[in-house]
Ligand binder design. Structure first.
Ligand code: FMN
Ligand code: SF4
Ligand code: SF4
Length: 301
């Protein structure tokens, strides 16, 4: 059987319906289905969140609907759902989608322990994490979800410990400035205590961690903030599973976008803001237990 929807040789740029979702130029055809392989199960059509694929009686294979190119947000579900490797999307062939390895599946007990036992690590060994390891953790975080699949997350890895310390000092300068500028600051007591601790030699910003990982994205992308937070959450869980320790650096976020010397030091692209930061290193000790949390507050209707 012939391929139903042949790839267009020309990649014609079209005006995307959702500029935010589709920042790149697009070819005119969206999917190609190998009629020899397709079993007409309809999973690709069911999986498409935008309803862009139809399986009608009139066609031997699923087809994309009219103007599908304009509504597609490149989520890859159509390729990933197909059990027969029959469907290719203009941006992903089955071979480009990682197989899900059954032998690596984990149960809720393992995932539950990983999520419950991750801790904010504030005591680090005085040794570096290999760059490749950090790269592997970031690669896991790359697969985090984002609104409209806009994938707006960018990373800055401050690998050199001397630079992490410099950033900590700048954060404290930024806090001092905040305290000076705003006498009515609601968290004044907490910030004053932090500054005093710093003046007494305690690294209350990066907690002696050797590395700092910063997630940033375009200020005008409404999904960038949630995407960065989710990606950092993935990163932290992957770090914990690798025996590493991480800690959210709220003080870095708080000052990075408002204290010009720090902003300049970070050198982010124009229009980008810091949307989350995390310390990373080898934990000095392992936790033996999981601390309790508040009772679950949930309403069922
Ligand atoms: C903040 C946020 C909001 C989202 N809102 C919706 C939504 O309203 N409806 C929906 O179908 N999917 C929603 N999604 C899911 C994304 O479209 C999805 O994560 C993305 O297409 C990538 O697909 P994946 O999660 O299967 O990897 C949302 C995701 C995030 C992170
Ligand atoms: S990539 Fe996602 S939105 Fe685009 S056609 Fe496939 S399933 Fe639909
Ligand atoms: S999921 Fe694959 S096999 Fe099923 S209808 Fe779509 S292309 Fe055919």
């Amino acid at each position: 059987m012939p391929t139903a929807d042949l790839w267009s040789a020309a990649r014609l740029p079209i005006r995307p319906a959702f500029g935010l979702c589709l920042p790149w130029s697009l070819p005119m055809t969206l999917i190609a289905v190998d009629g020899e392989k397709c079993g007409r199960c309809g999973l690709c059509a069911a999986a498409c969140p935008a309803g862009l694929i139809e399986l009608s009686e009139a066609s031997p294979v699923p087809l994309s609907v009219e103007k599908a190119e304009e509504g597609c947000f490149e989520c890859g579900h159509c390729v990933a759902a197909c059990p027969r490797e029959a469907l290719s999307h203009r941006n992903a062939t089955p071979a480009q989608c990682l197989p899900i390895r059954e032998e690596l599946r984990v149960g809720v007990e393992q995932v539950g322990q990983l999520m419950r036992s991750r801790r904010s690590i504030r005591n680090y060994e005085d040794r570096a994490v290999p760059r490749e390891t950090i790269g592997e953790l970031l690669d896991v975080a790359r697969f985090a979800p984002s609104g409209c699949n806009s994938q707006p997350v960018h990373w800055l890895v401050v690998y050199e410990t001397a630079q992490v310390r410099r950033i900590s000092a700048m954060v404290v300068d930024g806090i001092r400035n905040m305290l000076k500028q705003d006498p009515g600051l609601s968290v004044r007591d907490v910030l004053e205590r932090l500054v005093n601790a710093w003046d007494n030699g305690a690294d209350i910003v990066s907690r002696g961690a050797p590395h700092l990982v910063i997630a940033h994205g375009p200020q005008d992308n409404p999904f960038a903030s949630s995407a960065c937070i989710i990606a950092l959450t993935y990163f932290e869980l992957a770090a914990s599973a690798s025996g590493l320790g991480a800690c959210w650096m709220g003080l870095v976020d708080m000052t990075a976008n408002t204290w010009p010397p720090l902003r300049q030091f970070l050198g982010l692209p124009k229009g980008h803001i810091v949307l989350g930061a995390m310390a990373l290193g080898h934990p000095r000790f392992k936790y033996a237990r999981i601390p309790p949390r508040r009772e679950l507050r949930v309403a069922w209707r």
